[in-house]
Design a protein around this ligand. Sequence first.
Ligand code: ZN
Length: 132
Amino acid sequence: MLHTLHVSTRSRAELVDITAQVQDMVRSSEVSEGICLVYVPHTTAGVTINEGADPDVRRDILEQLERLVPKDGRYHHLEGNADAHIKASLLGSSVLVPISDGRLSLGTWQAIFLAEFDGPRSRKVLVQVMGG
Ligand code: ZN
């Protein structure tokens, strides 16, 4: 079952918590044991799992990525979003989460984030639930 989640991002760089929406898709799929693929079909956005409780963790991740790959660095790609492509590749375009008892097996502090690096934009997240 392939579901599409539409996310409107609000800033150029942002980590959007999509855990609840992904969990809803797992629930509606009625898969009890399996895996959930969360995939972002974009080149300047990614997906990552990290702490959802303290928003400062999100801030630190974004600030350190900006320090590593500054927007105004020297790049060959001339669209003005070379940093966003690199940041998206650093985080990756998919995550896999085990499903147990019909729920995502995330750790207590873990959340799934769409990572926007060239917003604000409308983004798609594809969620494929596999199992039985
Ligand atoms: Zn580009």
